[in-house]
Write a protein that binds this ligand. Sequence first.
Ligand code: HEC
Ligand code: HEC
Ligand code: HEC
Length: 352
Amino acid sequence: MAIRKRHLLIGIAALPVAAVVFAWLGIFNVAATGGHWQITNWFLHFAMRSSVRTYALGVKVPPRDISLLQPAAGHFAQGCAFCHGAPGVPPSPAALAMLPTPPNLSGVIGEWTDAQLFRIVRHGVRYTGMPAWPAPERTDEVWAMVAFLRELPSLDARKYHELAEGSAKAATAQETGFDAALAGCARCHGSDGIGRGEGVPILAGQSSVYLRASLEAYAKRKRPSGMMEVAVEQAGGGTFEALAKHYAAQPRPSRAPLAADPALVGRGKEIAERGVPGDGVPACLGCHGGTRKNPAYPNLAGQKRSYLENQLRLFVGGKRGGTAYAHIMAKAVKNLSETDIKSVAGYLASME
Ligand code: HEC
Ligand code: HEC
Ligand code: HEC
């Protein structure tokens, strides 16, 4: 008995030595060209599926919101398609050489639930090159990407192009600097700055000081947004001034007053003009009104309602960030209730 125990201990102690000898002999092939052994491949994918399945159990699925569906498609075109390909778009040669090879997503989306896709897109997959969402706190953006992935299998090349690029003209190889950058922005904002979809803000006629400062904030990760972080990185800081001036100079679209619930809009007007004194919320128009004291304060008249609501929720939840003045705004609305968010966003959106 004693002897057997001793043998066992020697055996265990020798294991690391054996592993080192095995590695030193160089039999295990670490070259990326050789491919994983079938069994390694199977094991990695099995481990990934199990992990995703387990961690997705704690994910609460919100009601589907499509206000960010179009920019999610635009983001897919700039941040995912070079690895995964897309309808009518082959993956890049570099991606085909990766191990494991990034799958064609149209064929595999059906195997996952929404909660599982959320988990994969938010956190990425370790050891595979599949990156995490650049701003993981922006769960609204991750859900928008999940909504887009659900649509992906039903899209042909034409429909995909329309959703991801719209009428934006892709930058040609000769175009550099401003023109190439604007072509990238136009995918989601249009070159007229009106923006595609209810979740994309109107940039047309916005203060150029605010636009410029916001681009810097995204670039420095002071304002979390995976979609905008990737976009500003591709454009490069040298283009920010010209892009801000371009969008500020576009005509602000005239908005027809929204046919919103009149009681809601009435309450919204009261908040905008007088604030909610009991909750310590100051009058919004004191800073955002027609004679804005500071060009760094954004013009909100006629901005899209669902964008305004979303930004207010981010401020209240402590996830918005922004320019050097963002803390003033966060403090102003920290006690704004969900009903008041809806009311005041509805009113601001209907303002000329
Ligand atoms: C650098 C390359 C790369 C980029 C960029 C990339 N992925 Fe992936 N992705 C991968 C690889 C590799 C896998 C396979 C992981 C595995 O099977 O273990 C993967 C797996 C996935 C899966 C799971 C599919 C399955 O069944 O294995 C989804 C969903 C996914 N990616 C979505 C995205 C989205 C959305 C984006 C853009 C936000 C993106 N990926 C960007 C490389 C990439
Ligand atoms: C993939 C879609 C997409 C692309 C490409 C894109 N944007 Fe955006 N942009 C968005 C979304 C979505 C938001 C709202 C982000 C948030 O929640 O902070 C936004 C926000 C902004 C804001 C903040 C506006 C405000 O009122 O606070 C500015 C400025 C901006 N974008 C400029 C640009 C410029 C310039 C480019 C090109 C370099 C660009 N965007 C490219 C989708 C995009
Ligand atoms: C003390 C001045 C001040 C007051 C009062 C104020 N804000 Fe702001 N607000 C700002 C500043 C400054 C920003 C720009 C934040 C940044 O991105 O750096 C801002 C940004 C915003 C944005 C984001 C706009 C965009 O394009 O992303 C919304 C929405 C907003 N405010 C709504 C409101 C509402 C609603 C109220 C009233 C309940 C209000 N604000 C009161 C100063 C103020």
